[in-house]
Design a protein around this ligand. Structure first.
Ligand code: IPE
Ligand code: MG
Length: 229
């Protein structure tokens, strides 16, 4: 979700105004996923690198998270959305952690849409975190070093219990992954749009999905092989 700051700047408003506007785009995207039957949506809300932003912006973002959690969770629950936070959650203040845990517990049995919100998340962190857990399992004698492979390491990665990632969307006109879901994007289709996140709406998501539907996913095989399956 990139482009909040530029969106605000174009309106001669503070960056925090752009982040608030971005919240509306989140709601719209979630509602569109519900209508279109998308089963899993993962949003990159705050990266492990975002702590380096000016203190007042980080503070405004944290406040926005708390307010959004207080206001939106009941509605999401009503829609049948299961909310999960991924990332190094222990870096957040205890109050925010409690609210995140409460939102996850409250919505744990919902099945209509799995909404994952990545906060203090980094793709490299995810891989290191999985490696640490694998190493601990080896140290406990539960896993042999030779049993460590893509499948076994992958099981410790965030979102491992969900279907593989199909479509990765980046808004705001930059062509990079910025340390989001590095492991999980190995075979994802990438989609980049100049639309700034606060302007991202139902039509934008539909365009991305239509573009995705035209792609041929070969997973390393040839087009002829794929056509036969
Ligand atoms: C939102 O967009 C991303 C968040 C960290 C919440 P930006 O704040 O990166 O907006 P730009 O890139 O400065 O326009
Ligand atoms: Mg940005």
């Amino acid at each position: 979700m990139d482009g909040n700051g530029r969106w605000a700047k174009a309106r001669h408003r503070p960056r925090s105004f752009g982040h608030s506007a971005g919240r509306k785009a989140v709601r719209e995207t979630v509602e569109c996923c519900l209508r279109e039957g998308v089963e899993v949506l993962t949003l990159f809300a705050f990266s492990s690198e975002n702590w380096q932003r000016p203190q007042d912006e980080v503070g405004a973002l944290m406040e926005l998270f708390v307010r959004a959690l207080d206001k939106e969770v009941d509605e999401l629950h009503g829609y049948g959305v299961r909310v999960r936070f991924i990332g190094a959650l222990q870096a957040f203040d205890e109050l925010l952690q409690q609210r995140m845990r409460a939102a996850m517990a409250k919505t744990a049995d919902n099945q209509r849409l799995q909404l994952n919100i990545a906060v203090n998340y980094g793709g490299r962190w995810d891989i290191v975190h999985a490696a640490q857990q694998a190493a601990a399992a080896v140290a406990r004698g539960e896993l042999g070093v030779e049993e460590l492979n893509e499948a076994s390491l992958g099981r410790w990665m965030s979102l491992a219990d969900l279907p593989p990632l199909d479509l990765f969307i980046r808004t705001g006109g930059e062509y990079r992954l910025s340390n989001f879901l590095l492991w999980q994007t190995a075979y994802a289709e990438l989609y980049f749009t100049d639309t700034l996140w606060p302007d991202f709406d139902q039509a934008s998501l539909r365009s991305a999905i239509e573009d995705y539907a035209r792609r041929e996913r070969r997973f390393g095989r040839t087009g002829a092989q794929v056509a036969r399956t």
